[in-house]
Ligand binder design. Sequence first.
Ligand code: PSU
Ligand code: MN
Length: 308
Amino acid sequence: MPETLVLTDEVADAVGTGRPVVALESTILAHGLPRGENRVAADRIEDAVRAGGAVPATVAVLDGTVRIGLGPAELDRLCDRDGIAKLSVRDLGAALALGVDGATTVASTSALAHRAGIAVFATGGLGGVHREAGDTFDVSADLRVLGRTPIVVVCAGVKSILDVGGTLEYLETLSVPVLGYRTDRFPGFYLSDSGFGVPWRIDDAAQAAAIQVRRRQLGLDDAAVVVANPLPPDRQLDPGLHDRTLEQGLAMLAAESVTGKDVTPRLLEFFHQATGGASLRVNLDLVLSNAALAAAIAVALAQADPAR
Ligand code: PSU
Ligand code: MN
C-alpha cells in the first residue's frame, strides 16, 4: 500500500520539533485563480509565510497520495494542468483509491493538516451557507468540518455571494469561535465589512494563540478557531463595482444553471473578468495578508504552547 499522508522533510521536521508551520489550500490555486496568475500566487503565498518565520505546507492530492508540502514541480502540475479535481473531505477516499490528482478545499485542507500535526491554516475565504440554501440545501462542507477540526483558520470572511448572516449563525451552532483581527466587523472577502459584526475582537497574533491555548487547556478545542482578517478599506474592491458585479454574477449562475461545487469557481472567474482584474488583485492581496497573519499566529502558538 502507498503511504496515505506524505510530508516533505522540511514540514515533517518542523512539525516534529514544534516549530511553526502554516498549511495552505490548493483549491484557490487550481480553481480560484486564473492560469498563470495561480503559479505566481503559489510562490508569493509561500514566501509570505516564510517571511513571517513559519514553514509553508501547501496541501494537495497527487497520484492518489495526500501531500503536505509541495515542491516547484508539484505546484506546476497543480496550477497548469486540466483535470485537477476539487476535493472536499467526502472525496478523499475515492481520490486516494482511484489515484487521481486533486486540489483540497478549506474542509479537506483543515482535516488533513490537523492529521499531519499542523495547528494553523491560511486561506482566502471560507465556504458557507448559500443564499438559496433553504431550497437547495447548498451549505459548504467547510462549515461542518470546521465544527470538528482543531485548527486556527485565517480567512477574509466569506464570499459576499453567500448568505453571510446565515453562515455566521451556522458557525455559532457549530461552536466555532470567530475572532475579528483588529476589527469588530466580519469581513466580506472582497469587501472589508460584510455588514455583520464579530463576537470577539483581537488586536495581535499573541491573543489568537492565547485563545487557542486556553481552549486546549479546557479540552474544548475540538472545533476550529476562525480568525477573520479584513483588507483595509482602501484596498478592498470598490463597493459599487462589487454590488453591480454580484448582481450580474448571480444572474449568470441562474441563467447557466450552475450548481454544486462549480458555483464558487464560476463566480470567482466571473468577478475576475467583469471587474477587469480588480477583484483578482484584491483576492491575491487578501490571501497574502492572511498568510502573513497565519505565520505570526503560528509563531506565537509555538512559543505559547511548545509542548505540543
Ligand atoms: N475562497 C476563495 N477561493 C476559493 C475558495 C474559497 O477565495 O477557491 C474555495 C475554498 O477551497 C473553499 C471552497 O473551501 O471554495 C468552497 O467551495 P464550496 O462553496 O463548493 O464548498
Ligand atoms: Mn456548495
